[in-house]
Write a protein that binds this ligand. Structure first.
Ligand code: MCN
Length: 794
């Protein structure tokens, strides 16, 4: 498929303030927490204080005697109702899939695991009553470290599985026929650079904590949840509990952010569902921020051992990756699949002729990990972009020179990588040249040299990240080859109302991305109707009957195209109606600027609104013409979408205190054709903020007993806007060749690009002092210690 459409009305590509923002920022909307139903009970969950223990006794009866309490129950009490938490992405036949009851039955395996539930007339009474529940725990050995967990004789997280190894997965370009042998490249290398990078554990910090309301009193059970995935939640609730799917309705009202953290079906949703069915009354569960941090899923947590083989002139000849990934104690819906999304991206934008990737998933007594903005791709990009800097340092080359030598040239697209993907388009030189201009690269390098020579206390570092990523998840065929259980298609419907107004129904489920605005722009453009005449409906399985929701920067590249295709069907359906109204043959018509015009006689025109009204009355339709212009389309792309760009960061690092401050940051991204530049800019800003957060600020830390030490925002230091630099953004535009709009995703790009840019800048400031790595987050203490260690020759 090729890029075909020119905008009909100029709507696509235009800055539009987000239409949803007025209600979101003035509070004129409904969050799940605001929902109140007659007879509703409030749930509170007692969570394990132990990282690993056998539950020998739970007594909820003291809680039942407390004021306001209606019910209390344990995992045993709802064993037949609660279902089991599903994992839909086992990468191999022998992936270990341990039992995962939403409410623990006889053993807990991480702190924060749900153990018992109280239902009361209000939340405060439910929370108070938790303290009265008596639980006897028999402590079991705690396994926290991935390498220790894999050692012979290690204590086991799941004794019944006999191993802490969840899966192993290998991608070898020689075996797959996509490239040469990476082991041979290592043996023949003139230069071999081996590094270990640590991806720390992160906690998604969306603004609205997870909340769920379940009403079992109607014809259907209705679930309101602050989720990214209402369609997937309905399906998995049905499959896991045996409830007929058509008897479950899931509504994701406005949702206050997700960042992958709400791409999950949660124990809390399953518990609320079981409680509502047990009691026959509506229930509500709203978690506190510390519950989110303790037991919502975490992200990253990988040990990356990387080897790059190269020639003395800087040409890369091979790449090997050995990855260990912390699953936590259980598997979320796609926990083991996260590193697979990274597997294809370690080679970045470079022409590596040989590639080998070995990955091991490891169980530990920690909160499960799963998607966090970028999911697999920030980790891979970090490793390769840090590596290119380290290779440049090894060869005494400029980091950009090494990159230029190895990246895929514009005229080499489409390019099949040794990892097995085909990148459709890109222009890495154009984005880099633009970024260098905006950044003042050469001037900053000069200043850096001067400061080094002067021995200044505050040194300047320049960090480069020339990234690409695969997004637009889809394509079903490839996801199937990777053993992901679901597909990657997306659905959209267009309903033409008699007055020419339009309702768009989408299977995507926005939670901050502005789809109502962007989808209105697409529909307005395709149909030639005013932007304000389009209403976008989403997030309710009754209205939006078919969809696969929002994650993996897929919504535009898949859902947006489904919408384009549905609009085109509408235009096709209206053609015979317009021809009838204009008393001509359909083949004499062209659809231009939102109206059917007789070719060569542009004066006579009929708009879609004219056709919609004619179809509504249907008094006088030609034979065989349906009395509806509505259309529905499902789209499943052939390939991922590959945005790319160049991010440059300048840091000032105080060599006496270790304090890092970002002096300037330039992001030039290429996301193909853009629907709404203002939204894209916002996505880049937010993404970069999250990437900087990983580089400099955030880390989830457990103590030796498996207690989370960073369970509040006092200890888990998400940056505020005061901690972040002004970000200079710009774009280059290389259209996606395989998507009809030419657009590529942007929702994760900033996060993927920025972390290595910042860490490279920190290390670059200190390389002349002998520092070659600083572990993330690069806190003042870590930076200071790295300088001391280098001085001490450690
Ligand atoms: N867009 C555009 N032109 C392009 C690409 C995108 O105008 N060439 C617009 C789209 O129309 C859409 C937005 O940018 O309005 C993001 O589009 P897309 O890249 O398709 O990403 P998704 O809509 O699928 O969003 C998911 C992505 C992910 S995976 C995470 S994580 C993330 C992100 O979006 N979480 C977010 N951005 C977030 N933004 C907010 N506010 N909150 C989150 O939780």
């Amino acid at each position: 498929m090729t890029v075909t459409e020119e905008p009909h009305t100029g709507e696509v590509g235009r800055d539009r303030h987000r239409k949803e923002d007025a209600r979101l920022i003035t509070g004129r909307t409904m969050w799940t927490e605001n929902l109140s139903l007659p007879g509703m009970m409030h749930l509170a969950i007692l969570r394990s204080p132990m990282a690993h223990a056998r539950i020998t006794n739970v007594d909820v009866s003291p809680a039942l005697r407390m004021s306001g309490v209606a019910e209390a129950f344990t995992g045993r009490d709802v064993a037949d109702l609660q279902g089991a938490m599903p994992c839909v992405w086992p990468p191999s036949d022998d992936t270990v899939l341990p039992a995962y009851p939403p409410l623990a039955v006889d053993e807990v395996r991480h702190t924060g695991e749900p153990v018992a539930v109280v239902a009361a007339r209000d939340r405060a009474s439910a929370l108070d009553a938790l303290e009265a529940i008596e639980v006897d725990y028999e402590p079991l050995p705690v396994v926290l470290d991935m390498e220790a967990a894999l050692a012979d004789g290690a204590d086991l997280v799941h004794a019944d599985q006999g191993t802490n190894r969840c899966f192993t997965w290998t991608l070898d370009s020689a075996a797959a026929g996509t490239g040469d042998d990476a082991r041979r490249a290592e043996a023949d290398a003139e230069v071999l650079v081996k590094r270990r990078y640590i991806q720390q554990r992160l906690i998604p910090a969306f603004m609205e904590p997870r909340s769920v309301v379940v009403d079992p009193t109607g014809e259907q059970i209705t679930v309101w949840s602050a989720t990214q995935v209402p369609h997937i939640l309905r399906l998995l609730l049905a499959m896991s509990t045996g409830m007929p799917e058509h008897k479950i309705r899931v509504i994701a009202p406005d949702v206050g952010g997700g960042f992958g953290g709400k791409l999950q079906v949660t124990p809390e949703e399953f518990i609320a569902f079981a409680a509502a069915r047990k009691f026959g009354r509506p229930v509500k569960f709203v978690e506190s921020r510390s519950e989110t941090m303790l037991s919502g899923h975490h992200g990253r947590d990988q040990i990356q051992d990387i080897t790059v083989s190269a020639r003395n002139d800087g040409t890369v000849t091979g790449l090997s990756v050995d990855l260990k990934v912390n699953m936590g104690a259980y598997l979320g819906i796609i926990t083991p699949g996260i590193p697979l999304l990274g597997a294809f991206m370690f080679n970045g934008i470079y022409r590596f002729p040989a590639y080998r990737f070995d990955c091991t998933g490891v169980f530990t007594n920690t909160t499960k990990t799963d998607a966090y903005r970028g999911a697999g791709r920030p980790e891979a990009t970090f490793a390769i972009e840090r590596m290119m800097d380290d290779l440049a340092a090894e060869l005494d080359m400029d980091p950009l020179e090494v990159r230029r030598k190895n990246w895929i040239e514009h005229d080499q697209f489409p390019y099949a990588t040794a990892a097995g993907l085909t990148y459709d388009s890109g222009d890495y030189a154009a984005a880099t040249d633009r970024a260098m201009d905006l950044f003042g690269y050469h001037d900053l390098r000069r200043e850096q040299r001067e400061r080094r020579e002067a021995g200044d206390r505050v040194q300047l570092g320049i960090g480069v990240s020339t990234y690409t990523e695969m997004c637009g998840l889809a394509p079903s065929r490839i996801l199937g080859q990777l053993r992901y259980a679901a597909g990657g298609w997306e659905n959209a419907s267009v309903r033409m109302l008699p007055t020419g107004k339009v309702e768009v129904v989408t299977g995507t489920s926005p939670h901050g991305q502005g789809h109502e605005t962007a989808w209105s722009q697409i529909a307005a453009d395709q149909l030639g109707v005013p932007f304000d005449d389009v209403e976008v409906l989403h997030g309710d399985t009754r209205t939006s009957h078919k969809g696969l929701d929002t994650y993996g920067s897929r919504s535009l590249a898949v859902g947006g195209i489904a919408l384009v295709n549905a609009c085109r069907k509408v235009v096709d359906k209206a053609r015979p109606v317009a021809a009838h109204l204009l008393e001509c043959d359909p083949s004499d018509l062209e659809f231009v600027d939102g109206a059917y015009r007789v070719k060569g006689s542009p004066g006579s025109a009929k708009t879609l609104a004219d056709c919609a009204l004619a179809v509504f009355s249907s008094h006088d339709l030609p034979e065989g013409v349906e009395s509806s212009l509505d259309a529905d389309a499902t789209y499943d792309p052939e390939n991922f979408s590959y945005p790319h760009g160049t991010h440059l960061c300048a840091t000032e690092v105080d060599t006496e205190t270790g304090r890092v401050s970002i002096r300037s940051y330039v992001a030039v991204d290429d996301v193909g054709r853009v629907i709404n530049p203002m939204i894209v800019e916002g996505q880049v800003h937010g993404g970069v903020a999250q990437g900087i957060a990983q580089a400099l600020f955030e880390e989830a830390v457990y103590d030796d007993d498996g207690n989370l030490l960073t369970g509040t925002f006092v200890d888990y230091t998400i940056p505020s806007s005061a901690d972040l630099p002004a970000i200079v953004t710009d774009r280059t535009e290389t259209p996606a060749l395989e998507h009809p709009l030419g657009a590529k995703g942007v929702g994760e790009a900033g996060t993927i690009a920025s972390t290595p840019a910042v860490v490279n800048a920190v290390v670059d400031a200190l390389r002349h002092l002998g520092v070659s790595d600083v572990r993330m987050p690069c806190t003042p203490e870590r930076v200071w210690r790295a300088i001391q260690d280098a001085r001490d020759g450690a």
